[in-house]
Design a protein around this ligand. Sequence first.
Ligand code: SF4
Length: 273
Amino acid sequence: MNINHVNARSIITITKLKKADYTINPYIGCTHGCAYCYAEYMARFSGHKGEKWCSFLDVKENYTFPSDKFQDKNILIGSATDPYNHFEKQFEKTRSILQYLTDSLAHIEVLTKSPMILRDIDILSKIKNVTVGFSLSASDEIARLIEPYAPPPSERIKAMRILHSAGITVFAFISPVIPFFSDYQTIVKAIKEHVAYVGFENLNLRGSFKSEVFALIKEHFPNMSQKFASIYYSKQAFYRYWHIQERGIHKFMQTMGNLPYKMYFFHDDNKKE
Ligand code: SF4
């Protein structure tokens, strides 16, 4: 892993994402190696053109925190990195940002795949309005292939239970829902007592990671390869498949009592105009 320390003028960025007003990414790059990572385009915009995503990590330094308290704004920590990637243990950038945000009037959302966040329960408990989201996509067995360096989903689920018991609002982000491989029903049943809501995002395949995901499926599940790829052959096939899945999720969630859920299918709908 190529680690760099880079000067960052600011740490809080206005975002076009519908679900947030600002994003904070304490690092550029990541360590989890998810085959479907939407953030890999960041390599081109951060002086790492040609370098493989998850082979480098830029640690942001020397930024100043704005004095703004961001009243009623939504701040998402971890839109293009895991704020609890393996090196957070050493650099504690996310921890220091959370410390700064303890008197913020914003709604803070932290998105991660790592139980390392448990280290920061002391600070999370002090923030007035904070939610922790855990991304979960598949079983431990499948996750080992598609998210090779991320902590196993079963460990994430344990961490969610601990955070919930500590009084911190937790949600599950079933992302991405991977055709034929994401058993979201089992995941939701395992976490429903510990989360405030569940989000669902489908697997969009764009950019260079499309061929990587196809190659991975072909290598490990050759019998599924053609069926999987057919979903991504054309826009029509894509929308047809995911509209059916959407209906399936709505139907399933009706059986989960009053557990609220949100759909983040079709990325174009997730951006502000
Ligand atoms: S944890 Fe998130 S940012 Fe990191 S590689 Fe996986 S999808 Fe990308």
